[in-house]
Design a protein around this ligand. Structure first.
Ligand code: GLC
Length: 554
């Protein structure tokens, strides 16, 4: 019997208790080992042929996610937005952008995803809105002294005539974090000028976001990915930092605008709302915190459920560094009782096939390592196809706002946002009908879903097998510890309770490793063996090829 997220029945898909069942919901904690797939709506699938992905496109491709075997989907923003930052500039939090479809389309995606056993998490963007948001437009129109300006950070400038920004803060996208209006006042925007920061000390802002959460929870969403979760609350008095190049400090220091302690009160308040709804609705923090201990504060029992582990994402393909990151993560998150939440790629970073510097073999090995670790994992659309970063986009097609501002983020986020290839041998590879909003490379014919389906060497079939094995094997998924086994330089080997051993060779040479009696479940190296019917073998020494992860059953 299957049970759908937020639908009234007794058991979840694949035998897990589900959200509609309040008697077991507390014990279910589906999010502790969920594999959650990020959809970047612009680039997933195009339903109306305008070259831009949309909600009907997503709806038409839900079967791909079901066949892949993920538990849930995170949708990047599809709110009404002028798209100054690809939808992370929200003009209306209760409306969809016509670019992506209607609210009815969003409801249809939710309903049909639930019918297929998939939960849906949406992005919420609370640090800032769009300069076209009604509150900000009115605040600007009403001029200095308007009470609506108190919902943002408006200030007079410094200097004899107020010609200097109110403090020395820099935008994450580069340049000053302040823009001056013709009336002489400045407003704060930690990202693009089109993204004014809310003043989270203002009760109206707090109330508004509680109401927005309820709006989407009432529609049936299963949770929220909280954008810039380390933002929102600013240090009193907005003190100077004292030096430049501040974007480089994000995630390594507490700044007067990031990772302020006051933000946790917001999440406590949000958690009470999430908990009012049946079905274990969750929050996941995009928090670039300076340490894993600071990240763990966002996932204390009365705050959010998960926080992306960017420390792990930023770790090189180096056995010692990976082992240290895994240990530090499990210890910091375990201390607050939260699951580790692993991630290798998303819409803001170079795709891990390219970033790790070892091509597809290394990317596949990294994925199998991640999926063997205790906790939850996020996949970014296209990694299941082994897509590389598109590094040769011409400047004239680039859209990332940080590309157009200097000394901020690297400005190269378009290369991981190129529309997915579904079928066929040339662009748009079944994505839609005409030119895509970012051009696709000419050599992606072998990377389409269609080309990879049924090919036992393909990355898509590796991901499908990995998620199927992960679902079935008691040694994979939720947990809080690994037992490291002896391994040579450059090799990781660990055992998990439940009889799973994972071996990872990060080096460029095959290695031989003594192991207890095991049978191979899955290898990242093509052709990978799927689950085999054979029993345990006594062979004491196993070969692990270069840049390869193998899962073994004891
Ligand atoms: C988050 C998003 C990123 C966006 C920024 C501003 O980091 O992931 O894409 O540009 O917030 O909203």
């Amino acid at each position: 019997m299957t049970q759908q997220p937020n639908a009234p029945s007794d058991t979840a898909p694949y035998g897990r208790p589900g959200p509609g069942d309040t008697s077991t919901a507390a014990a279910t904690e589906w999010w502790r080992d969920a594999v959650i797939y990020q959809i970047y709506p612009r680039s997933f699938a195009d339903g109306n042929g305008d070259g831009m992905g949309d909600l009907p496109g997503i709806r038409g491709r839900l079967a791909h996610l079901r066949d892949l075997g993920v538990d849930a989907v995170w949708l990047s923003p599809f709110y009404a937005s002028p798209q100054a930052d690809a939808g992370y500039d929200v003009a209306d939090y209760r409306a969809t952008d016509p670019l992506f479809g209607t609210l009815a389309d969003a409801e249809a995606v939710l309903r049909e995803a639930h019918d297929q056993g998939l939960r849906i998490i949406i992005d919420i963007v609370p640090n800032h809105c769009s300069d076209q948001h009604a509150w900000f437009r009115r605040a600007v129109a009403e001029g200095p002294g308007s009470v609506l300006r108190e919902r943002f950070h408006f200030r007079k400038g410094r200097g004899d005539n107020g010609e200097l920004p109110p403090n020395d803060w820099e935008s994450v996208f580069g340049g000053p974090a302040w823009t001056r209006l013709p009336d002489g006042e400045w407003y704060l925007h930690l990202f693009a000028p089109e993204q004014p920061d809310f003043n989270w000390d203002h009760p109206a802002v707090q109330d508004e976001f509680r109401s927005i959460l309820r709006f989407w929870l009432d529609l049936g969403v299963d949770g929220f990915r909280v954008d810039v979760a380390h933002g929102m609350v600013k240090a009193p008095g907005l003190p100077d930092i004292g030096h430049g190049e501040q974007a480089r400090l994000i995630g390594s220091q507490i700044l007067p605008f990031f990772d302020q302690d006051g933000v946790h009160a917001v999440y406590r308040s949000w958690r009470t709302i999430l908990d009012e709804y049946p079905g274990e609705r969750i929050g996941v923090a995009e928090a670039w915190a300076p340490t894993l201990e600071r990240l763990a504060r966002y996932v204390r029992p009365d705050e959010l459920h998960q926080g992306f582990n960017f420390h792990y994402l930023s770790t090189d393909w180096d056995a010692d560094a990976l082992r240290a990151a895994v240990d530090a993560s499990l210890s910091a998150l375990g201390a607050v009782g939260a699951p580790a939440t692993w991630v290798l790629s998303n819409h803001d970073v170079v795709r891990h096939r390219t970033r790790l510097g070892g091509g597809l073999d290394r990317a596949r090995a990294a994925t199998l390592l991640m999926l063997a670790l205790p906790g939850s994992a996020y996949l970014y659309q296209g990694e299941e196809l082994g897509l590389p970063e598109v590094t040769e986009l011409p400047d004239e097609v680039r859209q990332d706002p940080s590309f157009f501002r200097d000394s901020g983020q690297d400005g190269l986020r378009d290369g991981c946002r190129v529309p997915l290839p579904w079928s066929g041998t040339e662009p748009p590879y079944g994505f839609g009908a005409g030119d895509t909003w970012l051009p696709q490379p000419d050599d992606w014919a072998t990377l389409t879903v269609q080309a990879q389906t049924g090919d036992p060497h393909s990355t898509l079939e590796l991901y499908r097998s990995a998620l199927a094995v992960r679902r079935a094997h008691p040694g994979l998924g939720a947990g809080d510890a690994v037992e490291w086994l002896p391994a040579p330089e450059g090799v990781l080997a660990f055992r998990r309770p439940g009889g799973l051993i994972c071996t990872v060779n990060t080096t460029a040479e095959a290695v031989h490793l003594p192991l207890p009696p095991v049978r191979q479940l899955l290898s990242s190296r093509a052709p990978f063996a799927g689950p085999t019917p054979t029993g345990p073998s006594a062979a004491p020494v196993r070969e692990i090829p270069a840049d390869t992860t193998i899962w073994w059953a004891e």
